[in-house]
Design a protein around this ligand. Structure first.
Ligand SMILES: Nc1ncnc2c1ncn2[C@@H]1O[C@H](COP(=O)(O)OP(=O)(O)OP(=O)(O)O)[C@@H](O)[C@H]1O
Ligand SMILES: [Mg+2]
Length: 1078
C-alpha cells in the first residue's frame, strides 16, 4: 500500500488568512481586521505573498526557540504558519542553493520592530549556516557588531526606548557552501542633531549614559569626567534613566563586544576619549564682549573645561579658543577673518560636537567593517539586511523626514519594480499571457525629489550654493516656481492656484503626495541642514589635534589639502548613497519585512486600529497586496496542488497515474471552475481570485470530513470485523476446550460413579458371602456345641455317679498339690543364707501353710546348724558341748551367764605343770586336772575372802594354798550334793557337801570366782560322768549353807555401792551372811 504523504500547509488551521493575498474582500477594514485577529491570537506574522508583515508584540513570545528554528529549517515557505524564520530560511536557501544574492528589506516606523527583526534574521541565519571554530568566530563578530552600533547609534525616544538613529545596511557574505565569511555595514544619515539637543522625554545616544554609569572611577578620572549626568549640558535629565535598562551592564556588554569585534585596547580608549570630549564640549559656554569696532564678539566663560578638552584631545588650547572666536573665509588666496558673536560661537560649538560624533560613528562603522571583512578573495554570495527608517509623518516634518521619506519612496519603487519584474518573469517562465497590471507607480514622486535639473534636492543644493542671501524662504519660493505644476507637489504660494485657499497648508510649508500619503514639510532649517556647515577653523583645529583618532576624523582640516570647493551637501550625499544602495539592491533578490507598531504605549496586547491603519497606509501595504494580486492571486506547483486537492475528484483520488498537470486539469474540469479563474503555467497553476482558492479549500475541508468519516467507517467496520473474527475464532477454541473439559469431567464422573457402584456391589457381594460363611460357621459351631453338649450330657449322665464322690477331693488335692509344689519350688529359690544366725525367712504365701512354713524354717535352721556343726573338730565339739551344757543350766536363770558366753572355757588357768612352784601339788595329783584356777574362799566366820587354788579332777575337788600349793581340802565328787548361786551378776557360789562325810566337817564351801559359769558347768559334767548323778544346781538369791553346825542363810542384796563394782560379803549374824551385789 502506498504511503500517503501528509504535507502541512499555510492554509491549515489558519487564523484569519495567513496570506493577505487571499483576503476577500480586500479593503482597509478587512486588512486591519485580519491583522488584529491574528495579533490577538499571538500570530504576529502575516504574509503578502512573500512579504512578511510583522506586528510588534511588545513582549517575548516563545516562537524563536531553537526548536522553532529546527521547525522552519529546510521547509517550504508556505508549509508552516507565517514566520520571519520562513522568510530567512527561504532567503538563505535560495542564496545557498540557487546562487542568488539576497536582500532583506525591513521597514516600518520607529518602534515597529525593525532592528529586532534584523537581529532575528541574523540569528536564524547564524543558527542554520555552517559550523566550525572559524565560522563561529565570524558569526560571533557579525552578531557582536550590533551592540556596539546600538550603543553609539541608538537612543531612547518617545516612540522607542532603543530607537536606531541611523539607517543600517549590512551585507553578510557567504562562501559557496553557505558558510559566513564576513560582512560589510553601511550607515545612513545618523541623527546627529541629537548630540546637542534632545526633544522632551528623550535621551542622547546610549553611549554617554553607559559611559558615565558603567566606567570605573579610574577610567572616569582618566577621561576627566564625573559620574553625575546633571553636570553635562548635552545630556537631557528628564529621562536619564530608562525603565528596564541597565546602562552600566550594557557598558560592559559593549566593551566586551568591541573586544570580540576586534577593537584594540587603545582604539577603544580613543573612542571613549572622543565621546568624553563631545560631552565636555557641551559645557563650554560663551559670553558676549563688545569690541571697539562695534562688532559683537564672544568669549569663553570658563576656560577650565576647554583646557581639559584640549588635554584630552591634545589640541593646542589657543588654537581651539581662537577657532571658537573667529571664522576665516578664504576666497581666491584671500583670507578674511571675522569674529563670531555668541550665537555663532554656540552654533560653532554644536556643529563641532555633532561633526565629531557623527564622524566618530562613521569611523566606528568602518572600523567594524575592517574587522568583519571577508578574508578571502573568492566569489561571495551576499545577503543584505536593510534596517532603515520607514515613512515618517509627524506634525512637524523637517529636512530629516524629507530625506527619510525620499528613501522610502525609492524602496517602494524598487519593490514595485522587483515584484512586478519577478511577476512578469514568472509569467514568461510559466508561459502565461502577460496582462496589464493596474497599479500606482511612484517613479513620478522619486523624480520630483531627485531629478537632477528640477528635483527638490537639486533646487535645495542650488540655493545653498547660490551666492547672496540664502534662506529657507528663498528656497521655498524657488520650489514654488519650479515644481508648481507637479501633480504631487502642493504649496500655497505656488503658481498653481489649486491650494491658494487650502488652510491646512501653511505658507512656510510645502506638501508632497507620497505614495503612502501626503506629508507636509516645514521649510525651516532645510538650507542649514543641507549645508551642514562646520567652520574651517574648527576642522583645522581638529586636524591639528595630537589625538590620532580625532586627527584622522577631520582630513579636510589639513591646510596642505585645502579644497576651496564646498563639500557635498547633506542632501546630495544622501541621494548618492541611496542611489548606491538602490543599485546594490537591484542586483539582489528582495525579501520584505514590513514592521507594524500596534500601539503608541510600547505595551503588549493593545492593538490600536487607527495607528495600524495609518501605518498600513504609508507602508503602502494595500498597494502591496494589489500589486501582488494584479495578475493571479495564487499560484502553486502542480504536484502540491494535486496532492492537496486530489480527493475532490474521483479520477484523481486516491492516486493519479498520469502527470500532475493533467491531474490538475481533470480536477479543475470536474469541479467546474470557470476557465477565466485559472491558467495553466508550465509548472504551476495560477488562480486569479482568492475566492476560487477558498472554494477549493472549503470543498477540501468538506471532503476531508467525508473522507475522515469514510476512513472512520471503514476502520470501524474493519475493527469490528477483526474483532468479530477474533471472537469467533476464540469462541471455537474456547468451545473446543470447554467440550473437552466437559467430556473429561463427565467421563471422570462416570468413572468415579462406576467405581463407587462397583465397590458397593463388591461390598454387597462380599458381605453376602461373609454372611453365608458366618452362617455356615455358626451352624457348624452350633452343631459342635450341640454335639458337645449332647456328648457332655451323655457322659455326665453315664459318669454322674463317679464325679459326685471324688471330684472335690481330687480337685482339692490336685490344687493343693499344685500350690505346695509351687510353694516349694519358690521356696527353693528364696532360701536364706546358711549362716545359723541369719534370721531371714521368706514370708508365708498362704495361711494354710503357716505351720508348714514354720516347720520348714525350723528344719532348715536345724539343718544349717547341723551343717555348721559338722565343720567342728572334736575339741571344738567338746567346748561347744560344755557351752551348751552351760547354756542349758544358766541361760535365763543367772544374770552372769551372757557375759560368759563369749569367754572360751580354758579350765586350767593355772599352768601347774609348767610352774615349778606347784610341782609338789602336781605331783600329789595323779588324775587329770579339769579345772585349775584361783578362787576366793569366803571365810565362813566373817565372810572375808582368801585366795585358794581350786582344782577339779575326774573324781575330786581340791583346794590348795595359792602360795605354797599345799592342798588344804580334798572333796570326792560323790560328796558334793549341790551347788547354789544367786540369780544375779556375781561370782559367788556355794558347794554343798554331803552331810556326814568327812569333808563336810567344816561345812559347805562358799567361793567367789570370775569363771563361775565355767566352773559350775564343769563340776556338773564331771559329777555326772563320774557318779552318773545329776548335780543339783540351785539358783536363788537366798539359800542356806551348812557352816559346821549352823545353817546359815546367804542373802544377796542388790544395789550396795560401797565397794565400787566388787561384790562384798559380810557375816551378819549366825544365821545370815549378806552378799552385796553392785
Ligand atoms: N519580535 C519582537 N518580539 C518582542 N518584542 C519586540 C519584537 N520586535 C520589537 N520588539 C520590542 O519593540 C521594541 C522596539 O523594537 P525596535 O528597536 O526593533 O524598533 P525599530 O523598528 O528598530 O525602531 P527604530 O526605528 O526606532 O529603531 C524593542 O526594543 C522590543 O522591546
Ligand atoms: Mg531600530
Amino acid at each position: 500500500m502506498a504511503k500517503m504523504e501528509v504535507k502541512s500547509s499555510l492554509l491549515d488551521n489558519m487564523i484569519g488568512v495567513g496570506d493577505m493575498v487571499l483576503l476577500e474582500p480586500l479593503n482597509e477594514e478587512t486588512f486591519i481586521d485580519n491583522l488584529k485577529k491574528r495579533f490577538d491570537h499571538n500570530e504576529i506574522y502575516t504574509y503578502i505573498g512573500s512579504v512578511v508583515i510583522s506586528v510588534n508584540p511588545y513582549r517575548s513570545l516563545p516562537i524563536y526557540s531553537p526548536e522553532k528554528v529546527e521547525d522552519y529549517r529546510n521547509r517550504n515557505f508556505y508549509e508552516l504558519s507565517p514566520h520571519i524564520f520562513a522568510l530567512s530560511d527561504e532567503a538563505y536557501r535560495s542564496l545557498r542553493d540557487q546562487d542568488k544574492d539576497q536582500c532583506i528589506l525591513i521597514t516600518g516606523e520607529s518602534g515597529a520592530g525593525k532592528t529586532e527583526a534584523s537581529k532575528l534574521v541574523m540569528s536564524y541565519v547564524a543558527a542554520v549556516c555552517g559550523k566550525g571554530a572559524e565560522v563561529n568566530q565570524v558569526k560571533e563578530q557579525l552578531l557582536q557588531s550590533n551592540p556596539v552600533l546600538e550603543a553609539f547609534g541608538n537612543a531612547k525616544t518617545v516612540r522607542n526606548d532603543n530607537s536606531s538613529r541611523f539607517g543600517k545596511y549590512m551585507d553578510i557574505e557567504f562562501d559557496f557552501k553557505g558558510d559566513p565569511l564576513g560582512g560589510v555595514i553601511s550607515n545612513y544619515l545618523l541623527e546627529k542633531s541629537r548630540v546637542v539637543k534632545q526633544p522632551r522625554g528623550e535621551r542622547n545616544f546610549h553611549v554617554f549614559y553607559q559611559l558615565l554609569s558603567g566606567a570605573s572611577e579610574e577610567l572616569l578620572h582618566k577621561l576627566k569626567l564625573e559620574r553625575d549626568f546633571s553636570r553635562y549640558n548635552y545630556l537631557s535629565l528628564d529621562s536619564a534613566k530608562v525603565n528596564g535598562v541597565d546602562d552600566a551592564a550594557n557598558f560592559r556588554t559593549v566593551r566586551n563586544a568591541m573586544q570580540i569585534v576586534g577593537f584594540l585596547d587603545h582604539e577603544a580608549e580613543s573612542v571613549l576619549e572622543v565621546v568624553a570630549a563631545v560631552l565636555k564640549l557641551g559645557n563650554i559656554e560663551f559670553k558676549p564682549e563688545s569690541r571697539v569696532n562695534g562688532l559683537d564678539e564672544s568669549k569663553i566663560k570658563d576656560k577650565n573645561e576647554l583646557k581639559e578638552i584640549c588635554e584630552l584631545t591634545s589640541i593646542d588650547q589657543v588654537v581651539l579658543e581662537r577657532a571658537f572666536s573667529f571664522r576665516t573665509v578664504e576666497a581666491k588666496q584671500e583670507k578674511v577673518s571675522t569674529t563670531l558673536n555668541v550665537a555663532q560661537a554656540y552654533y560653532a560649538r554644536d556643529a563641532l560636537a555633532k561633526n565629531l560624533y557623527s564622524r566618530l560613528f562613521s569611523w566606528l562603522v568602518n572600523r567594524i567593517n575592517e574587522s568583519i571583512k571577508a578574508q578571502t578573495k573568492v566569489r561571495k554570495k551576499v545577503m543584505g539586511v536593510l534596517d532603515i527608517y520607514g515613512f515618517e509623518i509627524f506634525e512637524d516634518n523637517s529636512f530629516e523626514q524629507f530625506i527619510i521619506n525620499y528613501c522610502n519612496e525609492k524602496l517602494q519603487q524598487i519593490f514595485i519594480e522587483l515584484t512586478l519584474k519577478e511577476e512578469q518573469e514568472e509569467y514568461i517562465r510559466e508561459d502565461i499571457e502577460w496582462t496589464h497590471i493596474d497599479y500606482f507607480n511612484n517613479a513620478v514622486i522619486c523624480d520630483l525629489i531627485e531629478n537632477n535639473t528640477n528635483g527638490i534636492l537639486a533646487m535645495l543644493d542650488e540655493e545653498c550654493l547660490r551666492p547672496g542671501t540664502v534662506t529657507d524662504e528663498t528656497f521655498l519660493e524657488k520650489l514654488n516656481q519650479v515644481c508648481a505644476t507637479h501633480q504631487h507637489f502642493e504649496s500655497r504660494m505656488s503658481k498653481c492656484s489649486r491650494f491658494l485657499n487650502d488652510t491646512t497648508l501653511p505658507h512656510s510649508c510645502f506638501r508632497i503626495q507620497h505614495y503612502a500619503g501626503k506629508v507636509l514639510y516645514q521649510v525651516e532649517g532645510f538650507v542649514d541642514k543641507n549645508n551642514d556647515l562646520l567652520y574651517r577653523d574648527l576642522s583645522q583645529a581638529m586636524w591639528k589635534a595630537g589625538h590620532a583618532l580625532i586627527n584622522s576624523l577631520f582630513p579636510e582640516g589639513n591646510p596642505a589639502k585645502v579644497n576651496l570647493k564646498r563639500p557635498p551637501t547633506a542632501g546630495s550625499q544622501f541621494k548618492a548613497s541611496v542611489a548606491t544602495l538602490m543599485k546594490n539592491l537591484q542586483t539582489k533578490n528582495p525579501n520584505y519585512i514590513r514592521c507594524i507598531k500596534p500601539n503608541d504605549k510600547k505595551a503588549a496586547h493593545i492593538f490600536s486600529e487607527s495607528l495600524v491603519c495609518h501605518q498600513i497606509r504609508y507602508l503602502g501595504l494595500l498597494e502591496n497586496v494589489r500589486v501582488r494580486r494584479a495578475g493571479y492571486a495564487f499560484r502553486q506547483a502542480y504536484e502540491p496542488c494535486l496532492e492537496r486537492y486530489k480527493m475532490l475528484c474521483k479520477q484523481t483520488w486516491p492516486h493519479w497515474k498520469g502527470p500532475a498537470r493533467s491531474g490538475v486539469e481533470v480536477l479543475f474540469n470536474e469541479l467546474e471552475i470557470p476557465v477565466e479563474e485559472y491558467s495553466f503555467g508550465r509548472s504551476k497553476i495560477f488562480i486569479r481570485n482568492p475566492r476560487t482558492l477558498f472554494q477549493l479549500e472549503d470543498l477540501r475541508k468538506q471532503r476531508l470530513e467525508d473522507l475522515a468519516t469514510l476512513i472512520q467507517k471503514i476502520y470501524r467496520g474493519w475493527k469490528c470485523r477483526t474483532r468479530f473474527l477474533l471472537m469467533k475464532r476464540s469462541q471455537v477454541v474456547i468451545a473446543a476446550w470447554y467440550r473437552r473439559y466437559a467430556q473429561q469431567k463427565r467421563y471422570q464422573q462416570i468413572k468415579s460413579s462406576a467405581l463407587v457402584i462397583q465397590s458397593y456391589i463388591r461390598g454387597w457381594k462380599a458381605r453376602k458371602i461373609l454372611r453365608e460363611l458366618k452362617h455356615q460357621k455358626r451352624c457348624k459351631e452350633a452343631a459342635t456345641t450341640i454335639a458337645a453338649y449332647w456328648h457332655g450330657t451323655q457322659v455326665r449322665r453315664e459318669y454322674r455317679k463317679f464325679f459326685r464322690a471324688n471330684a472335690g477331693k481330687k480337685i482339692y488335692e490336685f490344687t493343693l498339690q499344685r500350690i505346695v509344689q509351687k510353694y516349694l519350688l519358690e521356696m527353693k529359690n528364696k532360701m536364706p543364707s546358711l549362716s545359723p544366725i541369719d534370721k531371714n525367712w521368706p514370708s508365708r504365701p498362704y495361711l494354710f501353710l503357716d505351720s508348714t512354713h514354720k516347720e520348714l524354717k525350723r528344719i532348715f535352721h536345724l539343718w544349717r546348724c547341723k551343717k555348721y556343726r559338722d565343720q567342728f573338730t572334736d575339741q571344738q565339739k567338746l567346748i561347744y558341748e560344755e557351752k551348751l551344757e552351760a547354756s542349758e543350766l544358766f541361760k535365763d536363770k543367772k544374770a552372769l551367764y551372757p557375759s560368759s558366753v563369749g569367754q572360751p572355757f580354758q579350765g586350767a588357768y593355772l599352768e601347774i605343770n609348767k610352774n615349778p612352784k606347784y610341782k609338789k601339788l602336781k605331783d600329789a595329783i595323779e588324775e587329770k586336772i579339769i579345772i585349775a584356777e584361783v578362787v576366793n574362799k569366803i571365810n565362813r566366820a566373817n565372810g572375808k575372802s582368801t585366795s585358794r587354788i581350786f582344782l577339779l579332777t575326774n573324781n575330786n575337788l581340791l583346794l590348795a594354798d595359792q602360795k605354797s600349793g599345799q592342798i588344804k581340802s580334798e572333796v570326792p565328787l560323790v560328796d558334793v550334793t549341790k551347788v547354789s548361786m544367786s540369780s544375779q551378776n556375781d561370782g559367788f557360789f556355794a558347794v554343798h557337801l554331803k552331810e556326814g562325810s568327812e569333808a563336810a566337817s567344816k561345812g559347805d564351801f562358799l567361793f567367789s570366782s570370775d569363771h563361775l559359769i565355767e566352773m559350775a558347768t564343769k563340776l556338773y559334767r564331771t559329777t555326772l560322768s563320774q557318779t552318773k548323778q545329776k548335780l543339783n544346781i540351785e539358783i536363788s538369791d537366798e539359800f542356806l549353807v551348812q557352816f559346821r553346825q549352823d545353817k546359815v542363810c546367804v542373802k544377796f542384796i542388790q544395789g550396795s555401792q560401797k565397794n565400787g563394782s566388787v561384790p562384798t560379803c559380810k557375816r551378819k549374824n549366825n544365821r545370815l551372811l549378806e552378799v552385796a551385789v553392785p
